[in-house]
Design a protein around this ligand. Structure first.
Ligand code: ISL
Length: 593
């Protein structure tokens, strides 16, 4: 019931990617004082929680997802005092701060790894995954890696270390060696670090690739090969995704870290980032009785427009999107909770990807997609710039990209690493123009001035030239902007229990343009009777006008309009059947009266 539901069921989280948010010292890279300077913006938008991508000390091989000191802030972003000031500023405005927790791996420059690497006898050797060459093969020779696993960023997931003659595992970049969670000392070191951050005042964690921490290791220490679907390397993911001990580890983390704080009444948010997670595991991660995490980011809807990798684009259709989002809504309806998102720092911009970023449809399609997502059951996440309907970057040259993943795949698929050449440079550039993680990472467009008000220096990644028209200042000045629409959606979740908690039912699963569903919640009225609050959500996901099939509207003829992307049109009621007619990218929420 609404009264017992956790606070985060009524909340919206805003993700800040600090490198691209706001620079204050002119080095072209965003920083903590920059976020503090923009707190009024976040307060006005109305979000409840800020998730901050990593600001810890890091060599920045993967923009901070390679941490060399969990206890300190990287000078690039400021100081611990700057972080304290940010926390204080957020708390003063009633907002919370969730930090990124990156503990599947550290940087290779973290003292733990430096010590682990120093010799095969190091007491920290077992903190990482060190393995000898494949039996009977020359260490370091091609194909001698302990398993055939491909790294997420291309190439082998193993790096040969000359000095000790062994390999270490890195599911991501070679500068991101995987921690060995089998070792209880590793786990305790991580938990102690987390407690220190909670003591400092942070309100929770977004846990990076947390479903990859348990590897399928045999009693003799060996790891299995993966199937080879393309290229030289195999897919190791079945051997480390939702692995054998992951639920045990997360339950332990909850007991050892969160339980005492929660018992004191602290409000904490935990969200697992879980690429490849299945619904079955999603329920187990988020079932409150199991005490693992509050919610997880699933990835199925991020996969509908690509094949084996995100660099193999395929056509997507609306029925697939409904099938996947609908399956997660149904799967977590009774136990567990969804995290809802379109964008983050790893994904292209949603308006360019599932919407239409042409001048004609950009605003309407961004609103339609926002409405669609925010009316699902779960906690919505807004990624910086999404609320401005920022678009993909118009990059045409490889030199314009900075992302370690994009560059890794570019090199591998074009044959620059020695692997067979599968794509021409031109083909790869075309793919990156749609799919690169850098589209999310161009600086936030605050105003129309040079560099969009992001920096007085040279931005680390080019500012999108469309900032002259697409920017926060212009959006605040326009009541019909995407930004104001997001502000209303955020408020709606707090104000309307049916939006936060109502049951979800998908309609028209096969319709190719109209996304339709209902939300319903029984509430007890003042006189003790049960009142059913019911919403119908209709969204035209496309540029062609649609008439919603009549059957869907039965019983909704006299409904009132709660939200509309096209104010002044939807509820005009001037012609019969208007309630079911949708202009291009029009969306509305009806309330049964
Ligand atoms: O999004 C992805 C697959 O579609 C991958 O690019 C992504 O690397 C994967 O989801 C894991 O992401 C997280 O861990 C990485 C880091 O590079 C990402 O930025 C982070 O979000 C390694 O720490």
């Amino acid at each position: 019931t609404p009264g017992d539901a956790p606070w985060w069921t009524r909340s919206v989280v805003y993700q800040v990617y600090p490198r691209s948010f706001q620079d204050t010292d002119g080095d072209g890279i965003g920083d903590l004082p920059g976020i503090t300077r923009r707190l009024d913006y976040l307060e006005r938008l109305g979000v409840d929680v800020v998730w901050l991508s990593p600001v810890y000390r890091s060599p920045q091989a993967d923009n901070g997802y390679d941490i060399s000191d969990y206890e300190d802030v990287d000078p690039l972003f400021g100081s611990l005092a700057d972080l304290d000031a940010l926390i204080e500023g957020l708390h003063a405005r009633g907002m919370k701060l969730v930090m990124d927790l990156v503990v599947n791996h550290t940087s290779d420059e973290h003292p733990w790894f430096v010590e682990s690497r120093s010799s095969a006898q190091s007491p920290r050797r077992d903190w990482y995954w060190w393995r000898p060459a494949r039996e009977g093969m020359e260490p370091g020779a091609p194909g001698a890696e302990p398993t055939n696993w491909r790294s997420f960023f291309g190439g082998s997931a193993w790096r040969f270390d000359e000095a000790s003659g062994e390999y270490y595992l890195h599911l991501f970049d070679p500068k991101q060696p995987d921690l060995n969670w089998e070792n209880p000392d590793v786990r305790e070191a991580v938990y102690a670090m987390m407690r220190r951050w909670l003591d400092r005042g942070v309100d929770g964690f977004r846990m990076d690739v947390i479903n990859l921490i348990s590897k399928d290791v045999a009693p003799d220490g060996s790891l299995p090969d993966g199937e080879v679907h393309w290229g030289t390397y195999g897919d190791g993911s079945p051997h480390y995704t939702d692995g054998p001990r992951v639920h045990e580890f997360l339950a332990e983390m909850h007991r050892e870290v969160f339980a005492p704080y929660l018992a004191q009444g602290r409000e904490i948010l935990t969200v697992g980032e879980t690429p490849g997670v299945t619904v079955e595991h999603g329920v187990r991660y988020t079932d409150p009785d199991r005490r693992e995490v509050d919610m997880v980011f699933q990835f199925e809807h991020m996969g509908i427009d690509h094949g084996a990798t995100r660099y193999d684009p395929v056509r997507w259709d609306l029925a697939d999107l409904k099938a996947t989002l609908g399956r997660w809504q149904a799967g977590l309806a009774h136990r567990g909770w969804n995290a809802l998102y379109w964008d983050n720092h790893d994904q292209p911009r949603v308006v360019s990807r599932f919407g239409d970023d042409s001048p004609e449809h950009r605003v309407a399609s961004a609103k339609a997609l926002a409405l669609l997502l925010h009316l699902h059951r779960g906690t919505p996440y807004v990624y910086q710039g999404e609320e401005l309907a920022m678009t993909n970057a118009p990059f045409t040259r490889i030199e314009q990209y900075q992302d370690v993943e994009s560059l890794g795949y570019f090199r591998e698929l074009t044959g620059r690493t020695g692997a067979p050449r599968l794509r021409t440079d031109g083909e790869m550039l075309a793919v990156l123009a749609h799919a690169s993680r850098d589209h999310a990472r161009t600086p936030v467009q605050w105003d129309a001035s040079a560099n969009a008000g992001f920096t007085t220096g040279t931005p680390w990644l080019e500012v999108n030239p469309n900032h002259t028209t697409i920017n926060a200042e212009a959006a605040w000045a326009d009541e019909d902007s995407v930004l104001h629409f997001y502000r209303r959606l955020v408020a709606l979740r707090r104000e309307e229990p049916v939006v936060a908690l109502g049951d979800f039912r998908m309609l028209l699963p096969d319709h190719e343009a109209v996304y339709a569903f209902t939300r319903a919640l029984d509430a007890t009225g003042p006189d003790g009777t049960t009142v059913r609050d019911e919403l119908l959500v209709l969204v035209n996901v496309g540029g062609v006008p649609q008439d919603v099939p009549a059957g869907t509207l039965t019983g909704w003829e006299d409904a009132s309009v709660l939200v509309t992307t096209h104010p002044g049109r939807a509820d005009d009621g001037t012609r019969p059947g208007a309630v079911g007619h949708l202009e291009p990218w029009e969306g509305r929420v009806l309330r049964r009266t």
